[in-house]
Design a protein around this ligand. Structure first.
Ligand SMILES: Nc1nc2c(c(=O)[nH]1)N[C@@H](CN(C=O)c1ccc(C(=O)N[C@@H](CCC(=O)O)C(=O)O)cc1)CN2
Length: 291
């Protein structure tokens, strides 16, 4: 068996085409969706991702404001910036690019963002609503993974999903979202004993640990679906995932490439959250006017 490629670029394009139609409809009603991206410091990967976000935003006809600061920005200054964006009627989505410099508390920053503009889906209000199945902004990478599975008719229901990694932005939410689609979910992490005992049981494996080529064919059962969330550089400085792609390709049924898999769909889901927020804002204004 050789794996079928899960083409993140193709899935991303399909989502962006739908977003573009929604943007045009909003523009006819006088609303230009606006995304504010706050970038602190000089992390080169973050600069690349933010550039991708801005480029995509503008290509879809949305407004994208970049607020860039040196890494000595104080937490108080950042919170004041976020407060200004919360109150800007032309801004519908706010994100602060992670990771942050060590002197800034990530939770305080996420808490400062108005949940109605939380297009990353990281705010506890968004997370809580997601957990109980309420409408919420869903985190972009986990939601993108769901969209890729849907695109290839890979049904999570009844499947054993093993998640490697327990971050607040990928591991924890993706497991919950797949649980809500009736998968059976096992969470594993750096402290899990005998990791292979769990990974070899997985019908669907989500690998989000940030270690280049960590997972190889010994970790998976034949026919597993492998979702590689990793974004690393190999010994030659080449972008690679958490999965040894060449080694796993012969054994998996589906696999996401890096680059070209989870990354592009993450961006597309951010665009979808941003246009959704602008639609929510317009609906709220209209309901206010009819009161
Ligand atoms: N505020 C946030 N910070 C971070 C998030 C997030 O969702 N919100 N997620 C990750 C990084 N991430 C989004 O910002 C992200 C990572 C990778 C890509 C991407 O397009 N990857 C490309 C390759 C890009 C390259 O050339 O290096 C691919 O995989 O094809 C987009 C977004 C952490 N921070």
């Amino acid at each position: 068996m050789t794996a079928k490629l899960i083409d993140g670029k193709a899935v991303s394009q399909k989502i962006k085409d739908q977003v573009q139609m929604r943007v045009e409809k909003l523009k006819h009603q006088g609303v230009v969706p606006g995304l504010a991206v706050v970038l602190i410091g000089d992390n080169s990967a973050s600069h690349t991702y933010v550039k991708n976000k801005q480029k995509t935003c503008e290509a879809l006809g949305m407004r994208s404001d970049l607020l860039q600061y040196p890494d000595d920005l104080t937490q108080a200054e950042l919170l004041a910036t976020i407060d200004g964006l919360n109150n800007d009627p032309n801004i519908h989505g706010i994100l602060v690019q992670l990771p942050l410099p060590q002197h800034i508390d990530e939770f305080s920053v996420i808490m400062a963002i108005d949940p109605q503009k939380d297009v990353d889906g990281f705010h506890p209000v968004s997370v809580g609503n997601m957990m109980i199945g309420n409408e919420a902004f869903l985190p972009c990478t986990p939601n993108g993974i769901i969209k890729m599975l849907d695109h290839y008719a890979i049904e999570p229901a009844g499947q054993h999903v093993v998640v490697i990694g327990r971050s607040n932005i990928v591991g924890k939410p993706v497991g919950q979202m797949l649980l809500q689609r009736n998968a059976t979910v096992t969470y594993t992490h750096s402290k899990t004993k005998d990791l292979v005992y769990y990974t070899k049981q997985a019908d669907i494996l989500v690998v989000a640990i940030g270690v280049a080529k960590f997972l190889d064919s010994r970790h998976i059962k034949p026919g597993a679906v492998v979702i590689d969330v990793g974004m690393n550089r190999d010994e030659n400085g080449k972008l690679c995932g958490d999965v040894d792609y060449e080694d796993v390709f012969e054994k998996a049924s589906y696999i996401t490439p890096v680059p070209g898999g989870v990354g592009p769909v993450t961006i597309a889901m951010l665009m979808e959250n941003t246009v959704q927020s602008a639609e929510n804002s317009l609906a709220k204004d209209k309901s206010g006017r009819t009161m």
